[in-house]
Design a protein around this ligand. Sequence first.
Ligand code: GAR
Length: 210
Amino acid sequence: MMSDEANETNRLAVLISGRGSNMLALARAVREGAIPNAQIAVVVSDRASAPGLKLAAEQGIATLVVERRGRAREEHEREIIAALRARRVDLVCLAGYMRLLSPVFVEAYRWRTLNIHPSLLPAFPGLDAQRQALEHGVKWTGCTVHFVDETLDGGPIIEQRVVPVLDSDTVETLAARILAEEHKAYPAAVARVLRGDFQVIGRRVVAKSR
Ligand code: GAR
């Protein structure tokens, strides 16, 4: 439980830049109780054109656009942080949010910002992870949910799911197979973090010792 009061609902923000399928998977998990005692307080996009905004609105979820274009990273982030604070957000979920966060944001929501990435980190950080995996020739890849720190896709790992790479795969078929696992991994990781069912030892996110 992350919220202050024992029975208070945990308020999530989902940050997107595009399609929004992971955002929808989180919304479904909240609705169906797989992420208990939570609500999505707001979906924030750094692009007005993100298709996920419309999908969120169709679910009755509040949306907010904080355009990044032409603005310094930290100024842009301060506006997002202010919006999240105004909505009393407890946990921030990056879901296809394609701008690297600065230390300003990381510090504001440290241990309260999660990201999903379409590879088995630390392999293939950054852009086009599925293409990187295919071109490298790995036989297994997958997805990773991790805490966000100051490094690129480098924070402590909460959850990973493994996916085979098939001889017949294209970037598109591989990405689709990974995405199906992302939609399960992200809700599971969020539920675990909200339960507080972990401790961090060094880089390792492990079950609480009894
Ligand atoms: C997902 O595959 C996510 O893992 C990836 O972008 C896609 C967003 O899809 N994120 C990154 O590559 C971050 N480095 P969605 O908008 O449908 O959730």
